[in-house]
Design a protein around this ligand. Structure first.
Ligand code: NAP
Length: 491
């Protein structure tokens, strides 16, 4: 693998490399370059130099490159799906769905070619107007996570480029190969030299340098809250605009009148999609006491039937790396020590052959969990969840809102009053009522509290990549009368 700097595919300037492991097999998948600060600087310079040229092409021309990228990805989508399985451990269905998501993002943002608008505002006198138009930020730095390694790249590159920005992409060190594959398609589709640059390397080593560089106008990052906070403090030196999509801790609420089969179906998806490694994953279960035992029993039976192993043929794949597996195990140990009742799971599966060293964990359910517990307060990011019985709807909403994160939430009920109450009462960026996620391209994916700021998707999402500029014009042709400028000063 190589870096893409100013249109050239190159090695790291000091030739150093990092290793990536296949999570299903726990063995080396490949090596990738560890970019140096000089490489990063060259990438940012290239983006800065090519920006005006790209912007001046106009949005219709830019959209052609995005449509072409989509066409190229569609043609060779099976390669991407295989990569998603090998590098990330996605199941066959998940890999297909993520590829569909990539194509959808590209299509959706390319359609903005003729939809970027501004305002013409009346000035303070009849012959004065204010043109409010939207212009790109210039150099955008895109930092992506590993859990949706293709979709997150597409969701950042497509709007950033459509809006007329140039980009430096640094993907997660857990999924650099998927990101490289997508960047190659953009390059093949005709993104001009320097407009899209690709650097890999540890965020902890080159991240600060990238985000605080004075030529960077916008940083868009999806990842953990702690990294987001660090980026926020480091970008204060250049006042870069920030789009931060961070952690989640979604409550999954099942009221006494809910359609339990639908609730179960959505819950299995919300908890086990991507082995629980999703920012909108169900992370806390609040179940009405009248149906608590029944619903808990339904989940326990379903979880025990989930096939965990070879992602090509199983229901659920592995965690991303050994560290993630150990973190999940620690949550389970803490829950056991706190005396919560383990109903199913709580261990690694016994797999033989080439998957024996993979980072797999069984779907795990604890009952009788306490609101203040670690498992209800911290992001688990694995196939483990606790449940609490609840009687009062206000208390349910209060508990749901009692989280430092505020991305997704789920509510199952047939009660229209409760549904309307949830519109105000549930303080999350996304509320899914009687349905599963994930978010749609035309929805605005955003979170409250420590989930970050700004958002992605919809027209609001592309507008995040555009700065509002104001041009004041007087076309009266008359002499200016300025009260503080006496006439004789002009003689
Ligand atoms: P992460 O460790 O925070 O990494 C995210 C990206 O930031 C990676 O490319 C990482 O590079 C880079 N990075 C690390 N340190 C940096 C620094 N000091 N400066 C600049 N960049 C730096 O997150 P992750 O583990 O990949 O992703 C999981 C998290 O993402 C979870 O918390 C999940 O909830 C969140 N997430 C949120 C959303 C959402 O829409 N809200 C969507 C998906 C995931 P390295 O890999 O090289 O460290």
């Amino acid at each position: 693998m190589k870096l893409l700097i100013n249109g050239e595919w190159v090695n790291s300037s000091n030739e150093s490399e990092l290793e990536k492991y296949n999570p299903s097999m726990g063995r080396l998948f490949g090596k990738f370059p560890a970019a140096t600060k000089e490489d990063v600087k060259a990438a940012i310079d290239a983006a800065d130099e090519s920006f005006e040229m790209w912007y001046s092409k106009g949005s219709v021309e830019r959209s052609k490159v995005i449509y072409k990228t989509k066409e190229l990805i569609e043609k060779s989508r099976s390669e991407l799906e295989r990569l998603l399985q090998e590098e990330n451990g996605k199941t066959t269905i998940e890999a297909r769905q993520e590829t569909d998501g990539v194509l959808d993002q590209l299509q959706y943002y390319a359609e903005f070619a003729r939809k970027i608008t501004g305002d013409l505002v009346e000035g303070d006198s009849p012959s004065r107007k204010i043109f409010q138009h939207k212009i790109p930020y210039g150099v955008v730095v895109a930092l992506t996570p590993w859990n949706f390694p293709a979709a997150m790249v597409a969701r950042k590159l497509a709007p950033a480029l459509m809006a007329g920005n140039s980009v430096v992409l640094k993907p997660s060190s857990d999924t650099p190969f998927t990101a490289e594959w997508i960047v190659k398609k953009f390059a093949e589709a005709g993104v001009p030299k320097g407009v899209l640059n690709f650097v890999t390397g540890k965020g902890s080593e080159i991240g600060d340098f990238i985000v605080e560089h004075k030529k960077v106008g916008l940083v868009t990052m999806t990842g953990s809250t702690s990294t987001g906070q660090r980026i926020m403090s480091h970008s204060s030196s250049n006042m870069a605009k920030l789009i931060l999509e961070l952690g989640g801790k979604a409550p999954f609420m099942v009221w006494k009148d809910a359609d339990l089969k639908n609730a179960l179906s959505a819950f299995i998806w919300a908890k086990l999609w991507n082995a629980g490694q999703s920012c909108i994953a169900a992370e806390r279960l609040y179940i009405h006491s009248e149906i608590y035992d029944k619903f808990i029993g339904m989940i326990t039976r379903s979880f025990s039937k989930i096939m965990v192993g070879d992602p090509r043929t199983s229901d659920m794949g592995p965690l991303i790396n050994k560290g993630a597996l150990e973190t999940t195990e620690k949550f389970v140990e803490d829950a056991k020590e706190n005396g919560y009742k383990l109903l199913t799971g709580g261990e690694r599966p016994t797999l033989s052959g080439e998957f024996g060293n993979g980072y797999f964990y069984m779907p795990t359910l604890f009952a009788g969990v306490d609101q203040k517990s670690e498992i209800f307060q911290e992001e688990v990011f694995g196939p483990v969840i606790g449940a609490m019985s609840i009687d009062d709807e206000d208390e349910m909403f209060r508990y749901a809102n009692d989280s430092k994160y505020g991305l997704a939430s789920y509510l199952f009920t047939k009660d229209p009053n409760l549904i309307f109450k949830s519109l105000e009462g549930i303080r999350f960026g996304e509320v899914y009522v009687n349905m599963p996620g994930p978010e749609s391209s035309q929805g605005y994916h955003t979170g409250f509290r420590l989930t970050g700021q700004a958002g992605e998707g919809s027209r609001y999402g592309i507008e995040e990549y555009l700065k509002l500029k104001n041009v004041y014009v007087d076309y009266s042709g008359k002499d200016l009368k300025i009260e503080t400028v006496r006439e004789e000063l002009l003689e």
